[in-house]
Each structure stands twice: as structure tokens, then as C-alpha cells.
Write a protein that binds this ligand. Structure first.
Ligand code: SAM
Length: 234
């Protein structure tokens, strides 16, 4: 058992087999290689990458596995976290979404290098535009280090089918961020299903929020590009 599998079993009760661990480590190494010429991550050491990218990404696994069957997208994927690890572990058809074209092209290359070309698709563009093009198509979405909870809920809602889940990775949201998010649930048609607080193996605290699409939004979504993040609903 390698270091990652060890951490996941001991700290999170999540089992990773040898082939999965090899693929996850290959992904990390490939991203670090791309990072030599393109800014995909500020985490430069392998140990940092194991904890802050792979371990952190995989803490959301039980929530993605628990979502209804069907398509999965990682919103604002950056270097492919948590999207690529989630694809390795679940085998779900995965869409990696980011507005920066060159990041997305690099991820496409990494996916094909890992032999995941048929499981991973990429979308180079804004989440709001994807929300218009593929409304109601997704069973589960993830978002890490993208925006405040309320903005994530607004961006995600149009993409989700009823019963679909939004899994948000946060460090620690402020009381204000949380109360704004809870206050717009009806407006965007999402309901908080679960909150889990935990620590990573390096002691840093994390929080995962899972929302379910439970109804039709009461406002027309998506709004104009940029508004969800610049002028959040309240
Ligand atoms: N999720 C990755 C992670 O946790 O390592 C990357 C996080 S990075 C801080 C946020 C990413 O979201 C950036 O790559 C940015 O280009 C992308 N992004 C921000 N707003 C977006 C939007 N409205 N549509 C698509 N991508 C967006």
C-alpha cells in the first residue's frame, strides 16, 4: 500500500486499490510536469500534492458515489481537482469545466496520457454558458476553491437534474457566507442535504456541503455571465 492509499484508509475510511493509486499518482505527476510551463497549481512538492490535491479531492468521493447515476462535471476544475481523481475512482463519465482554454487543453492531454480519454471530456468556457447548453443533464457536480457557496449554488442549479447533487469543498465558510447560502436555497431550487466537517492528514480543517436539486429555481437562471460571482443572489 502506498502513502496515498494509507492516508485514505486510516484518516477517511476510503479504500483505494493498487491500480487506482497508480493512476492517481500518475495524474499528480503529469499535472506537476505540465505545471513547469503553465500555472496549474501552486503546490510544488509531491507530498503537498498527495495531501492537498489527491487526499482533499477524494474526501468528496462518498458523496459523489451516493449521487444518482449519470453524468458528472467538475466546475472550475483548474488542474483537474477534484474532477480527475473522482473519474479514476468512480468511472463516471466526467466533464472538466474551466474558462481558461489552455488549462483545459492541458487536462485533455493528461486524460489521454492516463488512458482516460473515453471517460473524460472537457469544456473550455464559462459555467453559465454550459448551464444554457446542457441544462438539467448532470447527476452530480463538484466545485473546489471556485467561489462562495451561494455563487456555486446559483452556477450549479441549471446544470443539475432533479435529485442531482452539488458537492462543495470549502475550508471554513464564514457565518455570513453560510447564512447567504441557506437563504437562497428556495430561490435556486437547491436544499442542503449534508454538511461534514473533518481534517486532512496534515491537520488542516475542511468542510463539505452537499446540496440536492429539489425544485425549480424561482429566478431565471443562469443570469448574465459574471453576475453569480460578482453580484450574488441574496
Ligand atoms: N478546482 C481547482 C482546485 O481546487 O485546485 C481549481 C481552483 S481555481 C482557484 C478556480 C478555477 O475556476 C480557475 O481555473 C478559473 O479559471 C475557474 N473559473 C472561475 N470562474 C469560472 C466560471 N464562471 N466558469 C468557468 N471556470 C471558472
Amino acid at each position: 500500500m502506498g502513502r496515498l492509499a494509507d492516508i485514505m484508509t486510516q484518516c477517511h475510511g476510503i479504500d483505494i486499490d493498487e491500480a487506482q493509486e497508480r493512476l492517481l499518482m500518475d495524474d499528480l505527476h503529469a499535472i506537476m510536469k505540465v505545471n513547469e510551463t503553465m500555472n496549474l497549481t501552486r503546490i510544488l512538492s509531491e507530498e503537498g500534492g498527495i495531501v492537498l490535491h489527491l487526499e482533499d479531492s477524494l474526501t468528496g468521493l462518498p458523496f459523489v458515489e451516493d449521487a444518482p447515476e449519470g453524468a458528472y462535471a467538475d466546475l472550475g476544475t483548474g488542474g483537474g481537482f477534484p474532477g480527475m481523481p473522482m473519474c479514476v475512482m468512480t468511472g463516471r463519465q466526467t466533464l472538466l469545466v474551466d474558462s481558461v482554454q489552455k488549462k483545459v487543453r492541458a487536462l485533455e492531454g493528461v486524460a489521454s496520457q492516463l488512458g482516460l480519454g473515453d471517460k473524460v471530456d472537457v469544456y473550455a468556457g464559462r459555467i453559465e454558458d454550459l448551464g444554457r447548453e446542457r441544462a438539467g443533464e448532470f447527476s452530480v457536480l463538484t466545485a473546489r476553491a471556485l467561489s462562495a457557496l451561494g455563487s456555486l449554488m446559483e452556477l450549479a442549479s441549471p446544470l443539475l437534474k432533479r435529485g442531482g447533487r452539488l458537492v462543495c469543498y470549502k475550508a471554513q465558510p464564514s457565518e455570513e457566507e453560510l447564512s447567504c447560502a441557506l437563504g437562497i436555497q428556495d430561490m435556486v431550487g437547491l436544499t442542503l442535504k449534508e454538511r461534514r466537517d473533518f481534517s486532512l492528514s496534515d491537520g488542516s480543517t475542511r468542510c463539505i456541503f452537499v446540496f440536492e436539486k429539489t425544485g425549480k429555481p424561482r429566478v431565471k437562471l443562469p443570469r448574465r455571465v459574471g453576475l453569480a460571482q460578482k453580484d450574488p443572489l441574496r
